[in-house]
Design a protein around this ligand. Structure first.
Ligand code: DX5
Ligand code: ZN
Length: 208
């Protein structure tokens, strides 16, 4: 199982990114919020940009924003493996997936807990990643939503029926207990369980 670490609930991002650099975590999960798609807002790119210098890990960028096209060119400049935005934005979904690909970066779509998996169908041939939200997007430290296991199974089924190459990433409330509901995933994104610990590597090992 691959692990992506979210630093959304970090109180000292440079320090925590340096600590994550000492672990074998696969990706750094970057949560971007615009105050529109979700109520909270993250720091502007101009401020965040310097912070990514503290990590050598590949970035897994999660755009919780209304206008992904504003952010894609910025994050495409960094050491980025995936850029994912939400299928619920509805507008220009295909264009934005193509925009991500035009930078040679893998593209993903995320679905909120209440969004049916069939909304992904039109985009499946383009997708490298499906990010299943196991909490309502917008903040760290929430509890894993119970119906997620069923949702993951539905996504896995969709991938198989449509012969999609997409990997499944699950995000929100992941710890050593809830990971048991995510065995059909390829990547687990975990924030507070890793960051609010004295031993990052031990927590990462417990998720694999
Ligand atoms: C929620 C974010 C998640 C979150 C994960 O909106 O997309 O990436 O930071 O953090 P935990 O693991 O604390 O739920
Ligand atoms: Zn996220």
């Amino acid at each position: 199982m691959k692990i992506s670490a979210s630093f959304l609930s970090s109180s000292n991002i440079p320090m925590d990114l340096k600590r994550l650099n000492q672990t074998d975590v696969d990706f750094i999960h970057v949560d971007i919020m615009d105050g529109k798609f979700v109520p909270n807002k993250t720091m502007p790119f101009s401020e965040m940009k310097n912070i990514y210098k503290y990590t050598d890990k590949r970035l897994d960028v999660h755009l919780m924003v209304d206008n992904p096209e504003k952010y894609i060119p910025l994050y495409a400049e960094l050491n980025t493996e995936y850029i994912t935005f939400h299928v619920e934005v509805m507008d220009k979904v295909e264009e934005n997936l193509e925009l991500i690909k035009s930078y040679g970066i893998k593209c993903g779509l995320s679905i909120k807990p209440g969004t049916p998996v069939k909304s992904l169908v039109p985009y499946l041939p383009l997708l490298d990643l499906i990010l299943v939200m196991s909490v309502e997007p917008g903040r760290g430290g929430q509890s894993f939503i119970d119906g997620t296991e069923k949702k993951i199974r539905e996504v896995r089924e969709l991938i198989s029926v449509y012969h999609s190459k997409a990997l499944i990433n699950v995000d929100g409330g992941i710890d050593d207990i809830t990971k048991n509901s995510c065995q059909e995933c390829d990547i687990l994104t975990s924030g507070s369980y890793i960051i609010q610990s004295d031993n990052f590597q031990e927590r990462i090992d417990s998720l694999r």
